[in-house]
Structure formats: C-alpha cells, structure tokens
Design a protein around this ligand. Structure first.
Ligand code: MG
Length: 363
C-alpha cells in the first residue's frame, strides 16, 4: 500500500509536439496545417501520470512556470486541493483560454497518476455507466474535394459510426451541395451533423438552419459564435435540429451560461478543466436536463465518457484520431462505432504513455 503521506517531490516535465496535417485544412472560420499537443508528466511513488492538451506552446510555459511549482510538496491524492491552488496562482492573468488548457492537462495528469498509484484504471477510479461509448466521425473540412469528403464519410460508416459531422460556413451554396452529397451517403445509415464554427450572423444562421432541416441534418454546431447566447437562442427557436456549443467552456461558470442556449452541451476535457472539470460541467448539464457530447481528443475522453450518465457521444475527430497513436502508446481502438473505456485489459490510469514515435514531432 502506497503511503498516504506521499508527496509530489519533483516539479514534473512539459513537452510540446507539432504534428503536420496531411495537407492544408479549414473549417468555417479557421485554416491550419498542423496540430500542437502540450504534454505534462507528473511523478510520485515511482509512478508517472500523463496529461495533455491541444493548444499553443504558450500553454507549456504556463504549466512549467506557473502550475508545476505549485504542486511540489502536495499530496497527489488531493487533486481538488492542487486545482484550487493552481487556479489561485493564475488569478491575475485569467483562468480561461490558454490557462484553462494548461490547467486541464495538469488535472488529467493528476488523475492518471492517482489511478496508477492505486494500481487501477481511471475507468474503475471514476466508475463507469457503460463499457464503451458511441463515437461520431468528424472532419469533412470545407476545403476538402468532394471525392475526398465522400471517402471520409464512407470510412466512418464502415467503422460503424451511426453519426458523422462535416464542417460548413464558407460558401453557403457549395456547403449545401456538399450536404446533399453527404445525405446521399448517410441516409438510412447514420445521422448527419454539421459544424459552422460560429461563421454566420444570426439571420443567415437561421436561414441555413431551415435548409439543414429540409435535408434531415440533426445537429447544428456553433451556428453563431458560442459567446453570442442571444444568437444561439434565436437560431434554436427557428430550427428543428439540435443546436450545440460548448467546446470553449473552461469551467462550470462558463458552462452555466450556455445551458439555456443549447440542446446538447459540448465539453472538451483538454479545455474545460480536465477530468474534474468534465465531471463538474456534465453534472451541471444533467441538472438542466441536458446531455453532453465530448469534443475532440477521443483517447483522453474514453474513461470520463464512460463515467458520465448523460453523455450522448464522443467526437472521433480525424486530426486527433490520426495523431494520438503517434503521440502515445495504448490509445483505445474504436470498434463497431464504440470507444472502449480505459482499463479493459488491466491497464492502469488511462492506459497511455508517451510513444517513442512522438520524438520526431517534438519542437
Ligand atoms: Mg466545433
């Protein structure tokens, strides 16, 4: 039995990795050519906990300079106390955005470390309501040629997904044409979801929403900016499909502001305060009769998705699904459209450790 008196003695280590995309990618409001992952490792009692976030190298500086010094000498068991002190230390430069992403990575590492110290999986430490969680295929970037879009959707259907999501928000006429192509592939097999990433003014979003209803689209994500709650509400009143937002939620206070404006609250464990934040925000959504959906980072969501009763699905985002096996060993594999919880094969923690293959992507 590991001592209750155990302390985090070393400050931990931080690293930044940049994974190029296969080509230029774009959604309704952003274009990119790479994805940056910031990892943090914490050690105590001869065990190592691993967390990460998808962010900017600035998150690594926040973890190294502001968060890790706070943890030295604290019991790794007391995640709540560690979080409280880290948030206090960041008060004067804000606890949302990049700081929330840094806090999330450390929270995940603390949970992973605690489970490993207890020789158990995160699925067992958190407790599960299901052994595996439905994923939906996600990608369909706005700059993708039509044939490539069709290939992507077909691959998700083949993998057993019962829902797929594509990006819209650039040229409305072309987007509607892409959606007709997508509808031809998925009708009778899977739900079709779209993400506009806040591209539209409210009136235009409502008109696009009416067209989406006619096509049978079931999910309209960020039709307007997610901080425009009046706009989200106005769109929601004018369409049949579910309106979703929440990928930028950084804590329960910011989640609370969206509860009356969405049909399903999105949460991202790498942004919303890690596993602790995800559980807190999901409980808040449950108290308002809402389901939550996990945004991106499928491997990290596996244990917490299995632990949340009001979880609808996990986003199987193509960029992260591609890079996670390069970053870490032990990623859970999607089978028949389901993501297994961690620890099914006796693994401790979330079951993932930094992979040798990550070295070539380190910056
Ligand atoms: Mg989104």
């Amino acid at each position: 039995m590991i001592s209750r008196e155990l302390r985090l003695e070393e400050p931990g280590s931080v690293a930044v990795y940049r994974f190029p995309t296969p080509g230029p990618e774009a959604d309704g409001t952003l274009a990119w050519t790479s994805t940056t992952a910031v990892t943090v490792r914490l050690e105590a009692g001869g065990r190592t906990g691993l967390g990460w976030t998808y962010s900017t190298p600035a998150a690594a500086a926040i973890i190294r300079d502001e968060l890790l010094p706070i943890l030295v000498g604290r019991p790794p068991w007391d995640i709540a106390q560690c979080r409280l002190e880290m948030r206090r230390a960041c008060r004067n430069f804000g606890t949302t955005g990049v700081v929330a992403q840094a806090l999330s990575a450390v929270d995940i590492a603390l949970w992973d470390l605690k489970a490993r110290l207890l020789d158990t999986s995160l699925a067992h430490l958190m407790g599960s309501v299901r052994a595996a969680t439905p994923v939906y295929g996600s990608g369909g970037f706005t700059n993708l040629p039509d044939e490539a879009l069709e290939e992507q959707i077909t691959s998700w259907l083949t993998a057993g997904c019962t829902a797929v999501k594509i990006e819209i928000g650039r040229e409305t006429a072309r987007d509607l044409d892409r959606l007709v192509r997508a509808t031809d592939l998925v009708t009778g097999r899977a739900e079709l979801m779209v993400d506009a990433n806040g591209a539209y003014p409210t009136g235009h979003a409502r008109r696009v929403g009416v067209a989406l209803d006619e096509l049978g689209v079931t999910w309209f994500e960020e039709p307007v900016r997610s901080d425009d709650h009046a706009g989200l509400t106005a769109v929601r009143e004018g369409v049949e499909c579910d309106v979703a937002a929440g990928e930028y939620v950084s804590d329960p206070m910011s989640a609370a502001t969206l509860l009356d404006a969405v049909d399903c609250l999105q949460l991202d464990v790498t942004r919303c305060g890690g596993y602790t934040g995800f559980l807190e925000c999901a409980a808040l959504a449950a108290a308002h009769g809402l389901e939550v959906s996990a945004h991106c980072a499928p491997a990290l969501h596996a244990p917490v998705a299995a632990a949340v009763p009001n979880l609808r699905h996990v986003e199987w985002f193509i960029d992260h699904a591609r890079l996670e096996p390069l970053l870490v060993d032990g990623t859970p594999e999607v089978t028949d459209g389901l993501l297994p919880r961690a620890g099914e094969h006796g693994d401790c923690g979330h079951g993932m450790t930094l992979a040798a293959s990550a070295a070539e992507f380190r910056i």
